[in-house]
Design a protein around this ligand. Sequence first.
Ligand code: GLU
Length: 496
Amino acid sequence: MSWRQISPEVRTRFAPSPTGYLHVGGARTALYNYLYAKKNGGKFILRIEDTDEARSTEDSLKMVISDLLWLNLLWDEGPDAQTLTDVGPHAPYRQSRRQEIYQQVADQLLKEGKAYYCFLTDEELEAQRNAALAAGRPPHVVSPYADWTLEKALEKKAAGGKGVVRFKTKGLAKDYVLNDLVRNDVRFPSDMVGDFVLLRSDGMPVYNFCCVVDDHLMKITHVLRAEEHLPNTLRQMMIYEAMNWPLPEFGHISLVLDEDRQKLSKRKGAVACNQFKEEGYLADALKNFIALLGWSHPEGKEIISPEEMVQAFSLDRLNPAGAVFDRVKLKWMNAMHLRALPDAELWKKTEPFLTNAGLDFSGMDEAWKHKSLQAFKTAMEILGDAVPLYSLLDDKRFGVSPEASETLGWEPTKLVLSTWRELINAHPRDEFTEEEFVKIQDEVKTKANVKGKNLFMPIRVAVIGKPHGTELKTLVPLMKKASLLKRADQVLAALA
Ligand code: GLU
């Protein structure tokens, strides 16, 4: 059977349950589905799995949408990013709005005897489960209602009986083989599952059921999702078979693991895309990084642009082994993307981090912005790294650090500082080029007759308040004469 029976074009989907910000694992699932659809000129669908009413909120949906927008993983069908109204030929795309559809499919399965109303109470189910476990049997439900006629069940329901709709597994094949796109043949014994619920007693459908109905009706050709869904896939295959619907292609991608090879968790640092965004990771860098968690470029390339990713993506390079989320590598990758950005764009992305930290450089001209980025960007791995660097340029944050006390105690320091101040003051312009700074430093050397650390460290204290740190020849050309004088005076005052 080929997926073309479902649709001539590739149709993939991302189907989040909106219960909070998008996790990097979810982002990877979205990315692979997006890439596969784009690579094949197909469609990428966003479907919202919000049947868990207690946990799914409109705010969470907005968060997921804003994360997808940030990553530039735009969907062809699904809720509109601004208005949230469903757009596309298979609307609605929110499961909470598709209940009637699920009911109709459930009715068909009930009519054909492939599903049944089950009136077992929670207590009865619990007792069954305990007895099965005690006897060493799998804890599958054995329902006396499985063989009831639909008429009889409907009568009981009409009389107020509360029942779930259960899928009937009796009489199914001995085992199911899934030809998985990532893991090849996956064999499931059919007795792995018992009669499972399709609709709860309040009529709410369960995930496995909605998922099949929607994937079928939305003509999804390829389902790429996390490995942890494999057990669900068996139930889903059973429903496809019962409905006589063609099976889409499935690819179960490996888990994302922490450095200690445990499932990625919040304890080790950020896991939500939004948090990476706030720390100053670039969307393209995060995308690059998560693309390589379970997939590799055919030429082994590590730094990949979004366009290259679409070009190079293929399912046969998905790796079934768990992928380690290496935060050091992510940072390195971010630095690579960041340094490759044109300065104007990098400034646009950096400035909000500075503004947030109370640093205002809006009055500076383009040339200054360019010069400052040239000076600082090699020291930046994430956008947030700009804050301590640019803070050096803010007079309000200047102070003489305790680290400077040793330097201030040296015998020649006073002369170095006063000479420095004098030469700065005599400088004819408001700004300094790198050459002018070096020249002034040389003059201090001659006039005060000092060299080495006795020369450099006091001057550094006079500029940044401490004897170690950013190179002055990159920093001084970003500063004004008045600012340098004010700082020198402050240090001289500290000395006195
Ligand atoms: N709503 C499910 C999840 O978030 C989707 C699983 C699937 O892709 O079928 O894990």
